[in-house]
Design a protein around this ligand. Structure first.
Ligand SMILES: NC(=O)c1ccc[n+]([C@@H]2O[C@H](COP(=O)([O-])OP(=O)(O)OC[C@H]3O[C@@H](n4cnc5c(N)ncnc54)[C@H](O)[C@@H]3O)[C@@H](O)[C@H]2O)c1
Length: 426
């Protein structure tokens, strides 16, 4: 029996809609057919219409025109943070099942009303908390729920943002300004909050948080620095130099045709040194990190208590050399450790043998969030085409992580005051 082919429309064909999901969906032609695209950028529309074989008449530059009728079985909403809810509401009205990028919204009223609306419409909204679909996270959950460390007592989670990623996304890039998008703890760590509640096996009860924008501000700009890297005397010595991040790093990785974050700063495909240079010479990603319009934090710590008594700390840190998460779990019978960049999990039962799993021995697809981007798309197919009811990242689960992040931001702004999550649910 042949597979049902799901028709797919994508609104917002950028790094997520075009690269992370669109390309994989297009490769899986036995399950999906991308039929419609919508983006306000003509260049991007053209690029991905060509890449995904979408007819010109099915490409829309205007969301108004795109939303006049239902175009496909599933809609991927991969526009920027503040556009998600309005687009999801329009899509529900038209009867779409939806894959929705995170963060869903930084507004609690919007979050609650979207949950209600999705339930009333009887439609699926799968939120892109991609980490829940990785082999690594699934293995940890299996060990914890299987009693591998006895009863879980506490969790210590470190989100190593990485120095260049901090500069790319949260100083120069899309998520630098909380007014335009959302607070960094929501943008970056709704994933972490989601994982913490998943591991704890309970909802968060209360939390407290501290953090600041410590470094990336005008007063820390070195003497005599220029406001653009290419004309700056520190271009080869500054650890945040755009030349280092976009050109040297690209060359060091073998000058690939297509690579993140280089493909964010230019639409040139294949990537070339000239295109990257032009982007840092003229575009926002070539600005001095001390002369941008950024206001989001570069470090934040949260302490949490869950309804079942489990406690957790989360540290979101911009000043790290490594990327990915390090998580330690403490249980009544042992410890468990995960190193995302090192790609391993180690179980240490008290007085028992130490056991390590190498994740690349459990899966051969670790592309895009440790394989989570692709496995989520596989799951999307299962949920929609095979009518599976089991959606780990449904709206009900996902809004909890958003409430936690918004409460953390509230606490941080109030100097670490204890905040109870219940008021966000009310
Ligand atoms: N799940 C994850 O792990 C993850 C990772 C990174 C980003 N994100 C989220 O994905 C979303 C998109 O991020 P991105 O990095 O792809 O950004 P992007 O800027 O690369 O892509 C957004 C696209 O939306 C288009 N767009 C803007 N307004 C539009 C409109 N009115 N109608 C149609 N298209 C419009 C833009 O032209 C752009 O091509 C963000 O909300 C971000 O927070 C999620």
């Amino acid at each position: 029996m042949s597979n049902k082919i799901l028709t797919v429309a994508i609104i917002g064909v950028g790094a997520r809609g075009g690269e992370a999901y669109g390309r994989y969906i297009h490769e899986n032609a036995d399950k999906f057919n991308i039929t419609h695209l919508c983006d306000v950028s003509e260049d991007r529309l053209e690029k991905y219409a060509l890449a995904f074989d979408v007819k010109k008449e099915n490409c829309f530059l205007s969301e108004e025109e795109f939303f006049t009728e239902k175009r496909s079985d599933v809609l991927l909403i991969c526009t920027m943070d503040r556009q998600h809810v309005k687009m999801a509401e329009r899509a529900l009205d038209l009867g779409y099942d939806i894959l929705l990028e995170k963060p869903v919204s930084d507004n609690t009223d919007e979050l609650r009303s979207l949950v209600r609306k999705a339930n009333e419409a009887g439609r699926v909204i799968m939120v892109c908390h991609v980490l829940r679909y990785t082999v690594m996270i699934n293995k940890l959950k299996e060990i914890i729920d299987g009693g591998g460390i006895g009863k879980l007592v506490s969790i210590d989670q470190m989100e190593n943002v990485g120095s260049w990623h901090q500069a790319h996304s949260f100083v120069r890039g899309n998520w630098r300004n909380s007014i335009e998008t959302s607070p960094m703890i929501l943008q970056k760590c709704c994933h972490d909050m989601d994982l913490l509640q998943y591991f704890a096996g309970a909802k968060c009860n209360s939390l407290s948080s501290m953090g600041s924008l410590f470094h990336f501000k005008k007063e820390n700009q070195p003497e005599g620095a220029s406001d653009r890297c290419v004309s700056c005397k520190y271009v080869n010595s500054c650890p945040y130099s755009a030349k280092k991040i976009y050109i040297d790093m690209w060359k060091e990785s073998g000058s690939p045709d297509n690579s993140w974050p280089m493909n964010v700063i230019t639409d040139a495909y294949p990537l070339t040194e000239a295109a990257l240079y032009k982007a840092i010479e003229e575009g926002p990603y070539g600005r001095c990190v001390f002369a941008c319009d950024n206001d989001v934090v570069d470090n934040q710590t949260v302490i949490m208590q869950f309804e079942n008594g489990v406690t957790a700390t989360l540290k979101m840190e911009g000043f790290t050399r490594k990327g990915g998460r390090d998580i330690r779990f403490f249980g009544t019978e042992g410890e468990l450790e995960m190193d995302e960049e090192g790609n391993f999990i180690t179980l240490r039962r008290f007085f028992g043998e130490e056991k390590t799993w190498k994740i690349n021995e459990l899966t051969d697809d670790l592309v895009g969030h440790g394989g989570g981007d692709h496995r989520m798309i596989d799951k999307l197919y299962e949920v929609i085409a095979q009518k599976s009811k089991n959606v780990d990242t449904c709206m009900e689960n996902s809004v909890e992580s958003h409430y936690m992040a918004l409460a953390a931001e509230e606490s941080r702004v109030k100097g670490g005051q204890l905040v109870f999550i219940e008021k966000y649910r009310a």
